[in-house]
Design a protein around this ligand. Sequence first.
Ligand code: ARG
Length: 229
Amino acid sequence: ESGVELVDAGAITTCTHLPYEPFQFQEGDEVVGFDVDVVDEVADDLGVEQKIVNTPFETIQSGEALNAGQCDLAAAGMTITDVREQNLDFSDPYFDATQALLVPADSGIDSAEGLDGLRLAVQSGTTGADYAAENIPGAELVTYEDLGLLLTAVQTGQVDAGINDNGVLLDFVAKNPELAVTTEFDTGEQYGIGVRTGNTALLDQVNATLERIQDDGTYDEIYAKWFGE
Ligand code: ARG
């Protein structure tokens, strides 16, 4: 007996915020991605299915969605931060990230200074939005609710550039060569899976699954599936 109690018996309910390709995004009427595969392993170890709830990232990172009982855990390419640790508990880190700059490939913009007086897209509630507010004072920040809207804004020239995590932006430019990632800001972030503060039974299970998949090669398979070699 794992002692894990679930908000919806028989399933592990995951809060996430779509789209955040390749971590979580819609393919047909299915939600797929790196995080989905990782949490499927947790579900397997518990002998249940995974059920996914799409909810604004602000309510995920603030702990609100977990505290309201919308879900058992949050898996959203979410960076572990001290502020967030006050409102939810994080698993061991499972992925490294850093902020990166997305621009039109022919723009010549490749630094924070190069953004002086230009419009920079940020995603609401994210570490990228915080980083830009603190470190890129010369840019006019334009906030978008999700990554899809941010990417479209850069693509259509509503903004001059966008900031977000390197994993999602590098994935996007590989498929959209008219855009480029010209610099990374070395923010040294790590993703964690969130649970309600004090839900140690579930947190222990998540950490045990993360350890198992690192040991048995499943993590590497999931990584190769979404990021190549
Ligand atoms: N890693 C960044 C953060 O934690 C962005 C995460 C956005 N995730 C999402 N599913 N929309 O702030």
